[in-house]
Design a protein around this ligand. Structure first.
Ligand SMILES: *[C@@H]1O[C@H](CO)[C@@H](O)[C@H](O)[C@H]1NC(C)=O
Ligand SMILES: *[C@@H]1O[C@H](CO)[C@@H](O)[C@H](O)[C@H]1NC(C)=O
Ligand SMILES: *[C@@H]1O[C@H](CO)[C@@H](O)[C@H](O)[C@H]1NC(C)=O
Ligand SMILES: *[C@@H]1O[C@H](CO)[C@@H](O)[C@H](O)[C@H]1NC(C)=O
Ligand SMILES: *[C@@H]1O[C@H](CO)[C@@H](O)[C@H](O)[C@H]1NC(C)=O
Ligand SMILES: *[C@@H]1O[C@H](CO)[C@@H](O)[C@H](O)[C@H]1NC(C)=O
Ligand SMILES: *[C@@H]1O[C@H](CO)[C@@H](O)[C@H](O)[C@H]1NC(C)=O
Ligand SMILES: *[C@@H]1O[C@H](CO)[C@@H](O)[C@H](O)[C@H]1NC(C)=O
Ligand SMILES: *[C@@H]1O[C@H](CO)[C@@H](O)[C@H](O)[C@H]1NC(C)=O
Ligand SMILES: *[C@@H]1O[C@H](CO)[C@@H](O)[C@H](O)[C@H]1NC(C)=O
Ligand SMILES: *[C@@H]1O[C@H](CO)[C@@H](O)[C@H](O)[C@H]1NC(C)=O
Length: 851
């Protein structure tokens, strides 16, 4: 059965050719069960929700409209219970649109640290800042995009194209945020891998609908869903459904994604919220598993909503069952209690739309003049962790004859390139950092925070050189070639900085090429031709092509510093001068040519006026899995990074562990519970007499007891069979998914099946960090030559040997079986590899398992 009903409700007419990918319907929407670590929160949520009226329940699920309140998204409030609306705020790297906050390194840099502890500390620090500004939900972290194509415009918001590296760091970031008392939001679910066509109305293309990412079941499980499973297992409170379609059904309307994969198989107990305007229907999305509509209006400030009044109406007319609205409310409140919002909550003390102290509470409506900003400084000592992650994430890509670290005895240091200096328009001078001026330390758009300051490379290197009694010149004009030439001749060491950015110069979100911008290659060549000790530093949002210059004999060192946040220059100086020995490893592959990746962004619609069809024909083979399979030599492989010391690996030991056999989950759930009593008399929900309606604001109330008139929807009252999918209203006990049964999937997937240990010795003369990486070959014809399964970051003293011990779970050695719809351990011979990059794996052993 096709789900045309979604399309009808979204009022977007599109004729689906029969041969397009489609998403099978899966109903009803699983209700929360409050098991395990959710038990106590669930109980509190049930108690709270049981006391609410229908309008109050609807308020919890409905946004009040774009720029209706202080936060980028707010739900309705429950004044009778003294319960303020929930505040959702960007971004994955700090707080967007607020003052006296920190600008943290991007997720991409966290990935480059390969350090779970740093991921946790950053999450916790960000959570504290959100908490102290009064935010309930931090809109991050990100594992969609995962990084299918290197040009993908928002890859930097997430971690790495490797699902295991991303999954571990997602989980730790979530734990950090939620331990600080704020709900995390894992986003964007799912396959939101490019910016082009994410919303049909954007970009001036004449297309009826958003792009459809068409993904097969195995690829979904083994690649894109994997980190979301880790997020759910880590207890994430909310998940954001994305703009794009999957198999021609919008993510927020797709019952297969939400009901089947997320809420049944992964047993997600929290709530699903929409991306901003990613909702395309009311009844349809509620039944498909969407619990909260953000920012709440059909389109920004339309004053109409898919939820709000329409959800009240839909419960009254019986299309959305009582148990479903109750489940939506309980899921939201379970997350609230789970992270301790009832203890940590303070009123919101900032405003997203102005930094003035006084202004209008309802920004769009120009109403409600009040004190908006208390200018609370929430930064604490977070500059320290930011500086630390900045240096820990710096990857040393080349270092000839110990060109680095610098000693401080350099007589004349020249620094070249716009990326070294300040933005002449101010550190936050471009809206949402959407320009390419001055040093690059953050991405753009909704993934940003305001810089409290930015220590530029120019400032930090100059301070160091001056301290050492040296001579210093910086040229931050990429076009000042003559001047650069003259200075490079004089200098004993030069550091050209090059950068790469997005959303400017015809780059519509996604990058249009992989070369450096502003002709940085010419600058690099100019400087390197004059100075035999040229150190290139790159701030980029992902891989760039380096082959035209990286082997220049005068380029003695290359550092990649990613998007390090506010302490950028200090973090760089720490590495340049050896205060910190670099231990970062590249979290993506650097190809020699764009075509090396085998995947690309779709820049032109390929389906006429219909939704562009992005077929993920490469399957699981993205990034290093593709380079390995196609045997392509990269410039720098996934996992690569040098150090100022050296390490040796020895003594690989792989021991199978006794594990109980894997048992598919069985049985059924209980029947869908309802909480409290819903008054079905429509007159109870009329706009209250005394209410002073704010313009374009979304309320749970109705204009009239004539529900059709109250809805204002011309299609109102269509016979249910036209748009209510079979079984969607059924609250009877439902079968448990065999691969499910507990948050993150079947508990047996996480049984330990092997212990692996290896000795790592620091064979050099300075202390350093090494990242042992364990890869597995699963051995089958459809499997990648190898996949990352475990890693750690160890600090080892010179001469010292450490034993790294790690474990493998059943999930680590399994493949998704599309026939049994479960994970299976295949009979193919399996091999374990350990080393310090995806292409330097000196140790290997056969993996034999007990069962
Ligand atoms: C998309 O279609 C493919 C091919 O039929 C199928 O394997 C997969 O499960 C579908 N996924 C979703 C989310 O509908
Ligand atoms: C719903 O939320 C709005 C906005 O916060 C509030 O004005 C209204 O009183 C709430 N309604 C109910 C029934 O609690
Ligand atoms: C978009 O395509 C439709 C269908 O071909 C056409 O009628 C319409 O004029 C086009 N609009 C624009 C702005 O090109
Ligand atoms: C109800 O939803 C429909 C779209 O399905 C929309 O056109 C209408 O304006 C909504 N009504 C209200 C009161 O928001
Ligand atoms: C940068 O250098 C070029 C070439 O010398 C020059 O034309 C341009 O005016 C300079 N830009 C600034 C902002 O000085
Ligand atoms: C790559 O894109 C940048 C930024 O739009 C542009 O300046 C540069 O010329 C492009 N490079 C190539 C090789 O097309
Ligand atoms: C390297 O730098 C030296 C100056 O130190 C210069 O003479 C030489 O030509 C440069 N080499 C290349 C290949 O450009
Ligand atoms: C660079 O050139 C200088 C001057 O000729 C020389 O002393 C120095 O050793 C050279 N450095 C490198 C790294 O080749
Ligand atoms: C990586 O491992 C090799 C040995 O296989 C060793 O020579 C090298 O020092 C290591 N590099 C780093 C940065 O740990
Ligand atoms: C409900 O009443 C308000 C205020 O009169 C009006 O703006 C709105 O359009 C009405 N909605 C519907 C669906 O009739
Ligand atoms: C019930 O209400 C919803 C929301 O307004 C509307 O879309 C739907 O058509 C209504 N269905 C019936 C059968 O009245």
């Amino acid at each position: 059965m096709r789900n045309e009903w979604l399309i009808a409700l979204a009022a977007v007419a599109v004729a689906h050719a029969e041969d397009l990918a489609f998403s099978p319907p899966r109903y009803p929407s699983p209700w929360a069960k409050g098991k395990g670590e959710w038990a106590e929160a669930y109980e509190k949520a049930v108690d709270f929700v049981s006391q609410l009226t229908l309008a109050e329940k609807v308020n919890l699920t409905s946004g009040i409209g774009w720029e209706g309140g202080r936060c980028v998204g707010e739900s309705g409030s429950i004044p009778r219970k003294d319960f303020a609306g929930l505040c959702m705020q960007d971004s994955p790297l700090g707080i967007r649109f607020a003052d006296y906050v920190s600008a943290f390194p991007a997720g991409l840099n966290v990935a480059a640290t390969w350090d779970r502890n740093l991921a946790y500390l950053r999450g916790q620090a960000m959570g504290e800042e959100h908490r102290d500004k009064g935010v309930d939900v931090q809109l991050g972290p990100v594992s969609g995009p995962l990084g299918r194509t290197p040009e993908g415009g928002r890859n930097w918001e997430g971690f790495s194209p490797d699902p295991v590296l991303t999954g571990h760091l997602m989980a730790k970031t979530i734990e950090g945020i939620q331990d600080a008392g704020v709900i995390a939001c894992a986003k964007h679910y799912i396959a939101n891998e490019q910016e082009h066509f994410r919303q049909s109305a954007e970009g001036g293309f004449n297309i009826s609908d958003s792009l459809s990412s068409n993904i097969d079941d195995k690829t979904m499980h083994e690649l894109y869903l994997w980190p979301f499973a880790d997020a759910v297992r880590a207890g994430v409170g909310s998940i954001m459904c994305s703009y794009n379609q999957v198999n021609n059904s919008y993510s927020c309307s797709n019952s297969y994604l939400l009901n089947h994969l997320l809420k049944n198989e992964l047993d997600f107990q929290g709530f699903v919220m929409t991306d901003w305007s990613a909702q395309h229907s009311g009844v349809g999305d509620a039944l498909a598993g969407t619990d909260m509509d953000m920012p709440g209006d059909v389109s920004f400030d339309s004053g109409t909503a898919f939820y709000g009044s329409n959800l009240t109406i839909a419960v009254l007319n019986g299309t959305v069952p009582e148990w479903r609205i109750d489940d939506m409310a309980v899921r939201i409140m379970s997350s609230y209690y789970k992270v301790g919002r009832d203890h940590h909550r303070i009123p919101v003390n900032f405003d997203s739309w102005t930094q003035d102290t006084y202004g209008n509470l309802h920004y769009y409506a120009n109403a409600g003049y009040t004190k908006l900003n208390d200018h609370v400084d929430v930064r604490g000592n977070h500059a320290e962790i930011i500086r630390k992650i900045g240096s820990a994430s710096t990857v040393l890509l080349k270092n000839v004859d110990n060109a680095l670290p610098l000693t401080g005895a350099e007589k004349y240091v020249g620094v070249f390139g716009e990326d070294a200096g300040s933005n002449p328009n101010g550190v936050n001078g471009c809206d949402d950092r959407g320009c390419d001026d001055g040093s690059l330390a953050m991405g753009w758009g909704s993934g940003t925070a305001n810089f409290p300051y930015l220590v530029t490379p120019e400032q930090a290197i100059q301070a160091e050189v001056v301290k050492n009694g040296g001579y210093f010149t910086a040229i931050t004009n990429n076009s000042a070639i003559e001047q650069a030439q003259a200075i490079a001749k004089l200098a004993s060491y030069v550091v050209p900085l090059a950068r790469r950015f997005i959303n400017v110069d015809g780059n519509a979100g996604d990058r249009k090429n992989l070369t450096l911008w502003k002709d940085a290659e010419t600058l690099i060549h100019t400087v390197a031709n004059e100075c035999n000790n040229t150190i290139v530093v790159l701030h980029t949002v992902g891989p760039v092509l380096v082959d035209s210059w990286v082997d220049h004999p005068n380029i003695t060192a290359v550092l990649w510093a990613g998007l390090p946040g506010q302490e950028s220059g200090n973090s760089l100086v720490d590495v340049l001068y050896g205060t910190v020995n670099p231990g970062g490893k590249t979290p993506f592959t650097w190809g020699k040519e764009r075509s090396d990746w085998g995947t690309d962004v779709m820049y032109e619609p390929n389906n006429g006026q219909g939704p562009p069809q992005q077929d993920y024909t490469e399957g699981i083979f993205i990034d290093y899995r593709h380079f390995d399979k196609a045997n392509i030599e990269p410039s720098f492989e996934f996992g690569y990074g040098l150090s100022y010391t050296s390490f040796s690996f020895s003594g690989l030991d792989v021991q199978p562990e006794p594990a109980a056999p894997y048992t598919p989950a069985t049985g059924t759930t209980g029947a869908a519970p309802t909480f409290g009593k819903i008054d079905k008399d429509a007159s109870a929900y009329l706009y209250p007499q005394e209410i002073n309606r704010v313009e374009a604001f979304i309320y749970p109330y109705i204009n009239s007891t004539d529900l059709k008139a109250a809805s204002g929807d011309p299609h109102y009252g269509w016979p249910a069979e036209k748009y209510i999918p079979e079984g969607a209203q059924d609250g009877s006990p439902q079968p448990v998914h065999p691969a499910g049964g507990s948050p993150g999937g079947n508990e047996g997937l996480y049984d330990i099946v092997a212990t692996v240990s290896v000795n790592i010795q620091n064979t050099g003369s300075v202390v350093g960090d090494e990242v042992p990486q364990l890869y597995i070959s699963l051995g089958g014809p459809d499997d990648a030559p190898k996949v990352l399964r475990a890693f750690d970051r160890l600090t080892i003293q010179p001469g010292e040997q450490k034993t790294w011990t790690t474990t493998l779970t059943r999930r680590d050695v399994s493949s998704w079986d599309v026939v049994s719809q479960n994970w299976v351990v295949s009979d193919y011979p399996k091999t374990v590899y350990v080393g310090n990059s995806s292409r330097n794996l000196p140790l290997k052993a056969t993996l034999t398992l007990n069962s």
